[in-house]
Design a protein around this ligand. Structure first.
Ligand code: NAD
Length: 240
């Protein structure tokens, strides 16, 4: 129950399925979860991850209250469907700005607080940051970007004293609103859900709580020798 004892962890997208489960898991393990999300959602901080001024304000507030940060979980994200022909530039920009710019800004502006005592960043990518899908052009690009952004930050953080670790997490489809909304937009929602489930060797979608457990490990001292790595949690989807 104390794997994150007294660790101060900032979580984006914390009104969502994964961010919410991470906040709960951090508290359960004795840590302090600072939650954030966009203005329309409930959280400790209003933080649109694509807004640099929001980041500066939120980090200044954390610095005033805690003077350090032990962990950052970039869980805010938007899903999108669309291929190269039917995705317009505005839709592309929106997905890239939240999923990739938002993760960059979070890592960048939290870094000074993370390196005070050493810390760990966990970036939510996706299996779609590892393999392509014809109908995920913007999402693929954004999550693939998060994967390599993570490695660059990990290599920089490894050179510091104290060190800052950075890893990415790659879930497949999870139970929750993000996938429900995506499935509703397909031509045959019932068929789409069954097909997606069939593609997963373990025969089901994952849960946000399972992803949160992986995040706890990556935030904790148990993973002190782990950085720049990709953690796949996909029921075997990408093993084929
Ligand atoms: N749900 C899945 O199946 C799945 C699979 C793979 C990866 N992921 C990734 O995991 C992360 C969490 O997904 P989730 O399932 O919790 O989704 P979710 O839709 O339940 O939650 C996402 C949260 O992000 C917030 N958000 C959106 N735009 C934002 C912005 N500009 N600034 C701050 N917050 C913003 C939303 O308000 C929401 O609370 C995302 O990055 C997602 O891409 C999810």
């Amino acid at each position: 129950m104390d794997r994150l004892k007294n660790k101060i962890v900032l979580i984006t997208g914390a009104a969502g399925a994964v961010g919410g489960a991470v906040a709960q898991a951090v508290r359960k393990q004795g840590g302090v979860a600072i939650t954030s999300d966009v203005a329309s959602q409930k959280a400790d901080h209003i933080l649109d991850v694509a807004s640099e001024s929001d980041w500066l304000r939120a980090i200044a507030d954390v610095a005033r209250k805690h003077d350090r940060l032990d962990g950052l979980v970039n869980a805010a994200g938007l899903a999108s469907l669309g291929n190269i022909e039917d995705t317009d530039f505005a839709a592309w920009r929106k997905i890239l700005s939240v999923n990739l710019d938002g993760t960059f800004l979070g890592c960048k502006h939290a870094f000074a607080l993370l390196k005070r005592k050493g810390g760990a960043i966990v970036n939510l990518s996706s299996v779609l940051g590892l393999v392509g899908g014809q109908n995920f052009v913007a999402y693929n690009a954004s999550k693939g970007g998060v994967r390599l952004l993570t490695k660059s930050i990990a290599l920089h953080g490894a050179r510091l004293d104290p060190q800052v670790r950075c890893n990415s997490v790659h879930p497949a489809f999870l139970e929750g609103p993000m996938v429900d909304d995506m499935i509703k937009k397909t031509e045959h929602p019932d068929g789409a859900r069954a097909r997606l489930t069939r593609d997963i060797p373990l025969g089901r979608f994952g849960t946000a709580a399972e992803v949160a457990e992986m995040c706890v490990y990556l935030l904790s001292d148990e993973s002190r020798f782990v950085t720049g790595a990709e953690f796949i949690i996909d029921g075997g989807l990408t093993a084929r």
